[in-house]
Design a protein around this ligand. Sequence first.
Ligand SMILES: *[C@@H]1O[C@H](CO)[C@@H](O)[C@H](O)[C@H]1NC(C)=O
Ligand SMILES: *[C@@H]1O[C@H](CO)[C@@H](O)[C@H](O)[C@H]1NC(C)=O
Ligand SMILES: *[C@@H]1O[C@H](CO)[C@@H](O)[C@H](O)[C@H]1NC(C)=O
Ligand SMILES: *[C@@H]1O[C@H](CO)[C@@H](O)[C@H](O)[C@H]1NC(C)=O
Ligand SMILES: *[C@@H]1O[C@H](CO)[C@@H](O)[C@H](O)[C@H]1NC(C)=O
Ligand SMILES: *[C@@H]1O[C@H](CO)[C@@H](O)[C@H](O)[C@H]1NC(C)=O
Length: 220
Amino acid sequence: MGSKAIQGNAYCAIIPFFLGATAAHELITYENATSGTIGQSVLLPISYRLARQFASYTIQWETGNWTILYYRVTNSTTDPQGCPTWENGKATIFHKYKGRVQFFGLNGSLILWDLQLNDTGSYRVVLTSTGNITEKQIRVTITETPISSDAQKMPNLETIIIRTILCFCVVFVLVFLIIRCECQPASQMDRCTTCPTQGWTHTIVSFVQTSSPREEIDRE
Ligand SMILES: *[C@@H]1O[C@H](CO)[C@@H](O)[C@H](O)[C@H]1NC(C)=O
Ligand SMILES: *[C@@H]1O[C@H](CO)[C@@H](O)[C@H](O)[C@H]1NC(C)=O
Ligand SMILES: *[C@@H]1O[C@H](CO)[C@@H](O)[C@H](O)[C@H]1NC(C)=O
Ligand SMILES: *[C@@H]1O[C@H](CO)[C@@H](O)[C@H](O)[C@H]1NC(C)=O
Ligand SMILES: *[C@@H]1O[C@H](CO)[C@@H](O)[C@H](O)[C@H]1NC(C)=O
Ligand SMILES: *[C@@H]1O[C@H](CO)[C@@H](O)[C@H](O)[C@H]1NC(C)=O
């Protein structure tokens, strides 16, 4: 392991002279600011590109005066765009953040778990390679309750109530009609001969009866 590491360093120190050190690596952040809720997690999404194959580099995440994580890569390969496809790296998570972070070496993104209010702050990611240092920041705000879902919950509840009431209305009307259809015909027939004012009910009932499927009539 030891000799391999020394070999790796020597290899990487010489290579820039031959391949040219003009192209610099690149660090990309996908958002400037993000937010999380107490007890939940937050993703700090980044990715990076390397200037060349077989590079050695380090990625460091920090906040305030604290180092969260230090990732040291001794060898790596990239695709033609410079995105890492393989790497031989070792991550060191600092005591304060042990068991609370998840790190993705190939894109450098970090997830912070079990958030506390005091996790609010600016998070810095630093990519160092062959003497070039690139730094980006993401602002993280931790709140006690989710910011957006509170606003979403109220309309959701209202629409649920309105839909429930509408459903009940429809069901009520249907049940009312069915009861009328099933209970009235026999007595209605008798009554209608003597009571012509109720003729309209009879008309509706007989209409519903004739237009209802045959099986239902058979069952009756
Ligand atoms: C890095 O990995 C490549 C591919 O596995 C290998 O050819 C090369 O020797 C390695 N370089 C070092 C310095 O270990
Ligand atoms: C660092 O990057 C700059 C371009 O931003 C480049 O000109 C310089 O050569 C790089 N230095 C090294 C040591 O790679
Ligand atoms: C980040 O902030 C800077 C200035 O504060 C702005 O120019 C840039 O567009 C922002 N980037 C994103 C991805 O929001
Ligand atoms: C980084 O890699 C992880 C694991 O492959 C993936 O879940 C995540 O979406 C990636 N993030 C970005 C910003 O590419
Ligand atoms: C961080 O360090 C600076 C000085 O380097 C100090 O003024 C500041 O109070 C420190 N912040 C915290 C949160 O310890
Ligand atoms: C945040 O507060 C908790 C106690 O509530 C403490 O254990 C933790 O170290 C603090 N984190 C930071 C980054 O100061």
